[in-house]
Design a protein around this ligand. Structure first.
Ligand code: F0G
Length: 456
């Protein structure tokens, strides 16, 4: 096979910081076994998130200088709006400071108790914003998506029969919105097929339920459609993205992912009336409609990022680099989500640490072990993030116990990735020495960010 190379050269570098195993043991203990509480200077390879961590291009940096900071009517806004419309085809574009601000506005309008928001899998902030209004978030993921080790091309698909049953049971009037997350971040970064999006669209149309796309990794999802779904091989990724959005009534977007921006997001939609309601909230929480929560320079960076991300050489390299790490781990017998997702490698902590019960948070324990072994920071996506308590304060665990190693875009080279593979394999070979954790302090919402834990 011909080598797929990074489709860029490096103009500016940033040192990374080395420390010793002994130092890391203390750092993790001081951080209460929660990687979110570690200072990033103490991390060697930071795979906590692919959000806001991209390397911007020289063009984006040039755009930063061009940014016009006028309060109203900035040309940067119009360039941003044109870029979003070019891909989504949606007339109303509302900038927000990041994805969750778009969610907060949308669900403040559409949410409320007694309502159900249905999805393939809601991301944690999306679910939290829904639940904050008193509504419920319902994940209806296809069966393939629930089995980490069984490969299938579109494990992010929604379970369409389950969607129909759910609508039948609760009544369409109680379901203000259906949201498809592309790619399905909390379910392994797995893509959703065009066929599935079309089928969900049809069910939504039949029941007058609007369909929104949680679009932050739309380009990665579009590339998977190109290489995996029949009939799309000769289409441009941009055309595939345009087709996806053509089936939706609107979208929320975190520009911190596939727009290569360090901050930013937006809402886009077809309904002018809904957009007006959103702008009414926007002005009291984010800002005037032509800047939302962003500086003009950020709008420029997003506009340029949206044109760069649909470049197929970039996407080929991007998807291949995730697959490269996944394959190395599979070859070493490490249990990982298969096939490789779009932005991250997901370790299956339940099978990695079968001796650690779910109420001792195997994902969190594994994330800690990776940090101690090699200064690699990942994030638990399991029962610490999504677990709930029943009436007797027993843990109701999440469906999957994963550790996500998200790869920042255009940041690390192949040798960094080889190093990460080495560390994971070393930890795997010594997995029986890893103990579970217990929570000693937690907050009621999004507890994984700030929870304090201790070894059992
Ligand atoms: N939707 C999805 C699917 C996401 O992955 C994220 C963020 C958001 C919405 C919220 O966007 O961060 O700009 O407010 N995901 C990041 C992550 C934080 O690490 O996966 P945001």
């Amino acid at each position: 096979m011909r080598t797929i190379i990074e489709p860029f050269k490096i103009k500016s570098i940033e040192p990374i910081h080395f420390n010793t195993r002994e130092q890391r043991l203390k750092i993790l203990s001081d951080a209460f076994y929660n990687p979110f509480l570690i200072r990033s200077d103490d991390v060697l390879i930071d795979l906590l998130t692919d959000s806001g961590t991209s390397a911007m291009s020289s063009n984006q940096w040039a755009g930063i200088m061009r940014g016009d900071e006028s309060y109203a009517g900035s040309p940067s806004f119009f360039r941003f709006k044109d870029a979003v419309q070019d891909i989504t085809g949606m007339p109303d574009v509302i900038p927000t400071h990041q994805g969750r601000a778009a969610e907060k506005i949308l669900f403040s309008i559409m949410g409320g108790s007694g309502k159900y928001f249905v999805s393939n899998t809601l991301f944690d902030t999306t679910r939290a914003n829904i639940e904050f209004t008193g509504a419920e978030g319902i994940d209806l993921l296809c069966d393939e998506g629930k089995h980490p080790s069984i490969p299938a091309p579109f494990k992010g698909n929604m379970d369409v029969p389950a969607l129909k049953r759910f609508i039948e049971e609760k009544g369409a009037a109680n379901i203000p919105l259906c949201i498809i997350t592309i790619t399905n971040n909390s379910g392994g970064g797995q893509p959703v097929s065009m066929k599935n999006i079309k089928e969900v669209r049809q069910v939504c149309t039949d029941h007058h339920i609007p369909l929104f796309i949680d679009a932050c990794r739309f380009a990665e999802n579009s590339y998977f459609i190109k290489i995996r779904e029949e009939g799309y091989a000769s289409k441009l990724v941009k055309e595939i993205a345009q087709e996806i959005f053509s089936y939706a009534d609107g979208c929320t977007m975190s520009a911190k992912k596939d727009a290569f921006a360090n901050i930013g997001g937006f809402l886009a939609m077809h309904s002018g009336a809904l957009a007006q309601e959103c702008r009414n909230l926007l002005v009291i929480t984010e800002g005037f409609p032509t800047y939302g929560g962003l500086a003009g320079r950020d709008l420029e960076a997003i506009a340029i990022g949206l044109t760069e991300v649909v470049d197929e050489n970039y996407l080929q390299y991007r998807i291949r680099s995730i697959e490269y790490l996944t394959n190395k781990l599979v070859d070493a017998g490490v249990p990982v989500m298969q096939p490789a997702g779009g932005h991250a490698v997901y370790l299956d902590a339940k099978n990695f640490l079968p001796h650690v019960p779910v109420d001792q948070y195997p994902g969190q324990a594994l994330a800690g072990a990776l940090y101690i072994e090699g200064g690699v920071r990942g994030v638990e996506i399991g029962s610490l993030m999504f677990g709930k308590y029943d009436d007797k304060h027993n843990l109701v665990p999440a469906a999957l116990e994963l550790v996500r190693l998200a790869i920042p875009r255009r940041v690390y080279t192949q040798s960094h990735i080889d190093y990460v593979a080495e560390i994971i394999i070393d930890v795997f070979n010594d997995r029986h020495s890893i103990n579970g954790l217990k929570i000693i302090e937690e907050s009621p919402i999004l507890r994984h960010f700030t929870a304090k834990l201790a070894p059992m």
